[in-house]
Design a binder for this molecule. Structure first.
Ligand SMILES: [Zn+2]
Length: 329
């Protein structure tokens, strides 16, 4: 008989209809699906203290090193400014949660928005305030007052929290009526997630405690009366699909040797040097292959099967009144 403990309910919506997903075990963590809110989550779920320790320690230092190598303005800035102008044309106050060292906020500030950031890793929050003179406080959206912002941005945050349902209720609370939420998360319904399973680069519990897709995100928005106005997917950290498959093979080798508590010492997947070097070699090879077969890959993104999911949702100006989904792209 299997003596492992199993979760009694979904940590996000507290519903009891859950199923284990066979084949997803990494260290002590297994993956479960909630049949009510359609999210997928790891069990055992880390405690709040554990996560806080994780983000206050090595995570912040490593992320800082990573961002210092890059240009100050963020590559996603122009796309995000375009969405704000399109979906909330009168927006002035923009907030980013998990803003890191503030590169996107700086882009928004230069585009004329009043900005505010929340960042759980204190070292990153300090850097944003000191280097770019941004208003960034260490912490989370729980600290923010109600109806403060026209725009709330969370890129790769919702999969890290202890309950996406509670996080979404905070987003809805701090938004002004007519304000928009812009969220990005790894797409668990992507071709690469479906095909590579345990080796998927973004399957890295418990840094990623939840695994979401368009269906589970729509459920979260509906729950707090946010109307979806845009959905799109694109390639994620693996710059092409072939690299995603090669990375999955390498990760399977690495993950078979993981110590159960590996994550306390690592950031996300904590790739060892040999894997980073293999990746450097694989990038030009897979990029060549990708370009040669571009017509095959293109429909993947058009059908919403790309690795990174982006969604924009608007808070109703008058609660209870349903707006038309102007779905795009
Ligand atoms: Zn649930």
């Amino acid at each position: 008989m299997d003596s492992r403990s199993a979760p009694a309910q979904c940590p996000s919506c507290s519903h009891g209809s859950i199923l284990e997903r066979p084949g997803y075990q990494m260290g002590e963590f297994r993956l479960y699906s909630c049949l009510n809110c359609l999210c997928h989550f790891v069990y055992p779920m880390p405690g709040e203290d554990e996560l806080l320790r994780f983000y206050s320690g090595l995570y912040g230092e490593r992320m800082l090193r990573k961002t210092q190598e890059r240009k100050p303005l963020h590559a996603d800035g122009p796309m995000i400014v375009r969405w704000i102008r399109r979906f909330a044309p009168n927006a002035k106050d923009a907030c980013e949660v998990g803003c890191g060292s503030g590169r996107l906020l700086l882009t928004l500030k230069e585009a004329g928005f009043r900005t505010k950031g929340y960042e759980p890793a204190p070292i990153l929050a300090e850097t944003a305030a000191r280097t770019f003179r941004l208003d960034v406080v260490p912490g989370t959206l729980q600290q923010a007052g109600s109806s403060q912002f026209d725009v709330v941005i969370e890129r790769h945050v919702i999969e890290h929290v202890l309950s996406p349902t509670i996080e979404m209720s905070h987003i809805a609370r701090v938004l002004k009526p007519g304000g928009i939420a812009i969220l990005a998360t790894p797409n668990f319904a992507s071709v690469s997630a479906r095909c590579t399973g345990l080796g998927w680069e973004w399957f890295n519990p418990p840094a990623h405690a939840f695994y979401l897709d368009a269906a589970s995100m729509k459920h979260l928005f509906r729950n707090v009366d946010l109307d979806l106005v845009h959905t799109s997917t694109r390639q994620g950290d693996c710059i092409n699909l072939y690299l995603a498959f090669c990375a999955a093979l390498l990760l399977r080798i690495q993950r078979s040797k993981l110590h159960p508590r590996y994550w306390e010492k690592s950031v996300d997947s904590g790739s060892p040097n040999w894997m980073l070097m293999a990746r450097r070699f694989l990038i030009p090879v897979t990029q060549g292959l990708f370009r040669a077969t571009l017509p095959l890959a293109f429909p993947i993104y058009m059908l919403g099967l790309g690795e990174e999911l982006w969604m924009v949702a608007r808070k109703r100006a008058h609660p209870g009144h349903t707006q038309t989904d102007r779905g795009s792209p």
